[in-house]
Design a protein around this ligand. Structure first.
Ligand code: SF4
Length: 290
């Protein structure tokens, strides 16, 4: 079900410093996500998104709010989107909320970081190039190099191969792009071959960075949903998780150290950074010097 709602505010402040993406503000244009990744943390009770799997709420007044809020911001900090829902879920093709929001951001001259699992981001290539005169970065989340496995784990998202192709186009246009390789699911995606293939496929598509996390998070109703999916997709695996992780929230893959070493060696070999270059605002001193 898709429903329109009126939001009270759009931009939230991100706790500083944000060492991953350098965000100052975060923006959610939707509530709920059509990509339906089986491991999605947004199902957790703390976020209070009821009906995450059956309903998407569209913030119908988002553009109006964004204009008003950006007009009153003195600091041109990076605006992030894509952590609680995918800004390019299939619905976006018709609603164009992200596309319109980016145009507003371009007009106000703010930097942006987008996280997505969709090649629909290419629709907004021109706007992203305009934003990139200050700063634009796009991270594609990739947890497996295998399209068939991804269809099971992330059933509503673009094929991984399409995400990589979109990455190449953005990179060819000078936009900083890379991979958020997270989560890596224990006993499903934590084999050396998967990590090697992600790095090698990424390497062929111009990434500046790959940010890894060798594990996943599990809690309350999100864990229950994930375990239910494991029972259907990978019979017997739930019991292995229960034995290994109990009620743990952070669940590292058992071979995290070995995978991490291999990953770092590969990234060194291909000249891929393991952190994103973040937007640095011009300081008063720099402004005076130049
Ligand atoms: S794309 Fe992101 S927000 Fe959407 S279901 Fe997948 S993990 Fe959750």
């Amino acid at each position: 079900m898709i429903e329109e709602i009126q939001a009270k505010v759009l931009l939230s402040h991100v706790k500083q410093p944000d060492t991953w993406f350098g965000l100052k503000y975060n923006m959610n244009l939707y509530r709920g996500c059509q990509h339906q990744c089986i491991y999605c943390d947004s199902r957790s009770e703390c976020y209070r998104i009821e009906n995450f799997d059956t309903e998407v709420l569209v913030k119908a007044n988002a553009i109006e709010l964004l204009e008003k809020e950006l007009a009153s911001k003195r600091v041109k900090g990076t605006i992030g989107t894509g952590s609680m829902n995918d800004p390019y879920m299939p619905l976006e093709e018709e609603v164009n909320l992200t596309g319109r929001a980016l145009k507003v951001i371009a007009r106000f001259g703010f930097p942006v970081h987008i996280m997505t699992k969709s090649d629909l981001v290419l629709r907004d290539l021109d706007t992203l190039c305009e934003i990139n005169t200050r700063f634009a970065a796009v991270s594609f989340t990739v947890t497996t190099a295998d399209d068939e496995l991804a269809k099971k784990l992330e059933p509503g998202a673009s094929l991984v191969s399409d995400r990589f192709r979109a990455m190449k186009t953005l990179s060819d246009h000078g936009i900083q792009t890379g991979v958020t390789m997270m989560p890596i699911l224990p006993f499903i995606e934590d084999d050396e071959e998967n990590i090697r293939q992600i790095v090698e496929k990424a390497h062929a598509h111009g990434p500046a960075y790959i940010i890894p996390w060798f594990g996943m998070s599990l809690r309350d109703r999100q864990r229950a949903y994930y375990y239910d999916k494991l029972d259907k997709l990978f019979p017997g695996l739930r019991q292995k998780y229960e034995r290994m992780f109990g009620n743990q929230y952070h669940c590292a893959v058992p071979n995290a150290d070995r995978l991490s070493r291999m990953f770092n060696e590969l990234c060194d070999r291909y000249g891929i950074a393991t952190r994103m270059k973040r937007y640095e605002p011009e300081t008063g001193i720099q402004m005076r010097l130049f």
